[in-house]
Design a protein around this ligand. Sequence first.
Ligand code: BES
Ligand code: MN
Ligand code: ZN
Length: 510
Amino acid sequence: MAEPKIATARVSADELNTQLLVLHAFERDTSAVGFVSKVDRLYDGALSRVLSSGDFAGHSTDTMVVYPPNPDCGIRRVLLVGAGKREDHTVERLRRAVGSAVRAAEKMAIREMSISVGHVHHLSEHMGDYYAGLAAVEAAMLAAWDYRDLKTQDEDSAPRATLDEVSILAHDDRELDELNRAVRHGTITARGANVARDLQQRPGNIATPTFVAEHAREIAGRLDLKVTVLDREQIRSEGMHGLLAVAQGSAEEPRFVALEYNGGEKDAKPLVLVGKGVTFDTGGLSIKPSERMEDMKFDMSGAAAVIGAIHAIAELELKINVVALTPLTENLPSGSAYKPGDVINTLLGKTIEVVNTDAEGRIVLADALVYARRYNPAAIVDCATLTGACVIALGHHAIALMGNNGQLIDQVRAAGQRTGERCWPMPLWDEYKEQITSNIADMKNSGGRAAGSITAGWFLKEFVADETPWVHLDIAGTAYRDEAAPYLRKGAAGVPARLLIDWVRARAGA
Ligand code: BES
Ligand code: MN
Ligand code: ZN
């Protein structure tokens, strides 16, 4: 989908020409101050009359349109968006407000809008002009995203209006500098998340392992990344028997993709991002119930996120080396499928007793984590729609985070906090490891129902070198949405692409 063009504008209220001016209003804030008061004057006091009337409560994501009394006014409409209580304001609130504004504009078939964030920038500890601008830009681009390639007809007779143009208003020169930086970074970051969402949203019959690998190859060509794509025979000769075992039930060929971005010193150790790429998970012979099985097209969300992240990292030209790895396969039942009870080998040589063919993600990730060793990584972050247990534990509002290094855990959590892709830690205590001991092999691939996300994390840990800082993100509850949110439609959420981009940006010192 075409993305909106986002730019800054340094204009005064009386010079501003726009179809829709988005202004934030806090709960119980009845006075128009600063820029709002200037617009209010052009509106003959209409804004302050609305604010003091109590008709607009200012609850988070409420919206109200106000028209100018003078039909010649350059500001054709004001959209008041509720920002909630002033003292509770966060960047996430700002994203939600901007998302609501985009939805309101969509309903009115308005294609151009201006957003003023200047009057909210001082309200919260992590918001300066840059972060306010970044949040607004990202939210606008994320909210505007849609995937309609497969619709041949619109539900309504009128085609849906798409947002073409967004101006982020600066009120002074210092703010303009910060906002220019925010527009550049925000556009690239949201584009990266939307690259991930395009991949996620495509159904399993289109986004096959081959399709995703070719898509990665196309991106690599465009952004000058090094790309390696292994086919089934090459995966076999590398010795990635875990990925092969999961793939053996499917007529679709598996792929293994490595994308390398070299923006740092030649010999500097890279950050390695690993994403689970199961393009459709039926559960295999341990087959899933048919209810909601269609959601399992999203089981490649980790792969989508690391591809989207490296897309943005390359566009940002960060001075750092980054590798994105993804094992791509379907998990299907058939006469050739791997079976419960099978013992399989891995790239590391450790053996796995398959007690449940539906615990396939950890098997394909095991090979990818071992493959990562050849890059001598400074750190590894993997992300995967790995366990239903993650959804039971944390619902749809947090990524489960595990790892072997406190510093890296803190860094990744901080990136999650800044981006609104929040993480919550789970412990990898030794006691949990006993649940995956096997009588016949080095480990088994399921530890049963208790602490299902943690035992999956422990399984992965068995394939990571102890000295390599590593974090695992279980995105089963957050990668896609059953319901729309203010700045994300139902379906693909692109999580955790923005978290990964922000973490890498921080590591690169940018
Ligand atoms: N892809 C699923 C996990 C999943 C479930 C993601 C629901 C998103 C929503 C994964 O491959 C899986 O099936 N895990 C099993 C593991 C179990 C058999 C140990 C699960 O969670 O049930
Ligand atoms: Mn599964
Ligand atoms: Zn799966």
